[in-house]
Design a protein around this ligand. Structure first.
Ligand code: KG4
Ligand code: ZN
Length: 348
């Protein structure tokens, strides 16, 4: 291909309807319609509500992306779509829309893995990915450490959470502290006025015994319970709950394990580049701590800007453009929406 591929990407794995358009590594449009407010009163994403919202938002979001990019649909070279993992009904809406576009326009379609897309998106901001690199993806739905040798084919899991995802822990603890959903940004904000060493909350899977079996895995449910117990004890004694200190100490515990394990994974593989993605990568303490500790080990840290860390269509388009650029064979038109797509399957 003489020119860089123009790719439209569709993302509907959770509660964001994302349509992104890229030309090679250049971002042209990133339209996102979120149904997060419709889920707020339930304290978590309701799958049926998300699917319905995707259906309503899909066409307007595609139109908005094309307007912003200044292109017509028939200009695109390929369509990319998140095939999985994610909520089954939500994925189906995006996959069906992508198939309709590909068929109607007579363009190739690439069904891609959501996690690999979280990695590929960084190219839009920081240029070609260093390969190999170590990717830490932390969001409401996933917490994984991945060794990336080629983002279009070689993404290997080194570790993952064995219970709650990191963002889920932020959301649950925020709820406990009476902060709105999604809680991550609120914890981040109130923690700025808190003392991060006020309370010594547990670091999951960090004891010598746990490290033998779970060196690169995470666990956040014990931490969440520890925060709940601490707050309950405080309330029982009739003393006020120091929300800022609890938030700061909780955040410190999460970031400490995330950064420690990510750097350990990178060092153990001799990898010099750490990429952090997913909604929790927007956390200010996580970014600062990762940069500070990585610098001591000679490891470089790349974190896309917050808007590209949370779910969006540009990340899917970015991975699709990489598939085209590296000559990968497109998916067939009967590609599935696979809610439990393994991370090792980058292209379906
Ligand atoms: O990637 P994302 O938009 O959606 C998926 O879950 O896939 O991530 C959302 C998660 C939520 O749990 C939210 O609380 C968390 O990312 N989050 C944060 C921050 N901003 C968003 N967590 C901690 N600190 C933040 N600043
Ligand atoms: Zn995600």
């Amino acid at each position: 291909m003489k020119h860089e591929p123009l790719v439209l990407g569709i993302e509907t794995s959770c509660d964001e309807t994302g349509v992104g358009i890229v030309r090679g590594h250049t971002l042209l449009a990133d339209a996102v319609a979120s149904s997060v407010e419709e889920h707020a009163r339930f304290g978590g994403v309701v799958p049926e509500v998300a699917s319905r919202a995707h259906l309503e938002a899909m066409v307007p979001t595609i139109e908005r992306a094309c307007d912003t990019a200044g292109i017509a649909l028939h200009d695109v070279d390929a369509i990319a779509v998140t095939s999985g993992p994610g909520l089954a009904g939500a994925l189906l809406v995006g996959v069906a829309a992508a198939k309709a576009l590909a068929l109607g326009l007579g363009k190739p379609i690439y069904g891609v893995n959501h996690l690999a897309a979280h990695v590929a998106v960084d190219q839009l901001e920081h240029g070609p990915l260093p390969e190999p690199c170590l990717a830490m993806l932390v969001s409401g739905g996933h917490s994984s450490l991945l060794r990336v040798t080629d983002v279009t084919v070689g993404v290997d899991p080194m570790g993952a959470t064995i219970d709650d995802a990191a963002g889920e822990a932020f959301d649950k603890v925020a709820r406990l502290l009476g902060l709105p959903f999604p809680g991550g940004p609120h914890i981040d904000r109130v923690a700025r006025d808190g003392d991060s060493v006020a309370i010594d909350f547990p670091r999951g899977l960090s004891s010598r015994r746990d490290l033998e079996r779970h060196r690169f895995d995470f666990s956040f449910s014990g931490l969440k319970t520890a925060v709940a117990r601490w707050v309950e004890a405080r309330e029982r004694s009739g003393e006020p709950v120091p929300v800022n200190d609890v938030a700061a100490s909780f955040q410190e515990a999460v970031c400490d394990v995330l950064v420690r394990k990510a750097l350990d994974a990178a060092s153990s593989e001799g990898i010099e580049d750490l990429l952090i993605g997913g909604g929790v990568a927007a956390n200010s303490r996580l970014r600062a701590m990762a940069e500070e500790r990585a610098a001591r080990l000679g490891i470089r840290v790349r974190v896309p800007r917050p808007g590209l860390c949370t779910d969006n269509g540009a990340m899917v388009a970015a991975l699709g453009a990489e598939m085209v650029a590296r000559g990968r064979t497109p998916s067939s038109l009967d590609l599935p929406a696979d809610s439990s797509l393994p991370v090792t399957t980058v292209l379906v």
